[in-house]
Design a protein around this ligand. Structure first.
Ligand SMILES: *[C@@H]1O[C@H](CO)[C@@H](O)[C@H](O)[C@H]1NC(C)=O
Ligand SMILES: *[C@@H]1O[C@H](CO)[C@@H](O)[C@H](O)[C@H]1NC(C)=O
Length: 197
């Protein structure tokens, strides 16, 4: 009897900290639901929010995505994807972070397109880095998270503000080009442009 309870307890704690064990991620790619049978997502306003450090990006740009508690209540699990506001499938890829905190998953045939917690941590804030996909069609994406407070309480589709993905060159490149043109106009690059010709 004691052993039974021990096993039951072990199963319970294991599943609560490994809300997305390896085997369950494939289906979680679509639903973003943790494997917590018989518990439904909360319908109340989430205790957590998802914020981003920019509102527009281009191929290869990095965005810092922050998951944080609104009122210092810790969370023990999460799953995060960048989803198009219209259409489906995770976009871009997350960068590897502290392996004690996060784990990357390949969803929708895109490497590292999904990130989740890796183990038993109770935290109030976490920053992850995301890299915009190469030459996307211009579209808006939203970072969508499932955030797990504990085995019974979790929220899904916690969203960041929308981010416009475009494929025009970055502002920095435009500025460099402009500077270069000015220098050429001033004749400073005459010799090198002559050798090019
Ligand atoms: C992205 O969203 C903004 C604001 O919601 C909207 O004005 C814009 O047309 C959208 N762009 C695309 C490409 O969906
Ligand atoms: C999860 O947190 C809520 C709110 O504190 C609590 O009522 C519930 O019992 C907790 N569930 C577990 C499994 O700890």
């Amino acid at each position: 009897m004691r052993l039974f309870f021990l096993v039951l307890f072990e199963m319970y704690t294991l599943s609560s900290v490994h809300a997305y064990p390896d085997g369950s991620v494939a289906s979680a790619c679509n639903t973003m639901l943790p494997n917590h049978p018989s518990f439904e997502p909360q319908t109340t306003t989430a205790l957590y929010r998802v914020t981003v450090n920019r509102v527009a990006c281009r191929p290869g740009d990095m965005i810092t995505v922050t998951l944080e508690s609104v009122n210092s209540i810790k969370f023990e699990g999460f799953m995060l994807q960048a989803l198009p506001t219209s259409g489906k499938g995770a976009q871009g890829s997350f960068m590897a972070g502290d392996a004690r905190l996060v784990r990357l998953h390949n969803c929708f045939n895109i490497e590292k397109s999904t990130i989740s917690h890796s183990g038993p941590n109770e935290i109030t804030q976490l920053e992850v880095m995301w890299v915009a996909p190469p030459s996307p069609a211009p579209s808006n994406i939203t970072f969508c998270a499932t955030i797990v407070r504990n085995y019974t309480e979790f929220w899904t589709m916690v969203k960041s503000p929308p981010i416009l993905l475009s494929n025009s060159p970055t502002l920095a490149v435009n500025c460099l080009m402009m500077l270069f043109n000015i220098l050429i106009a001033l004749g400073l690059f005459r010799s090198s442009s002559l050798t090019l010709l």
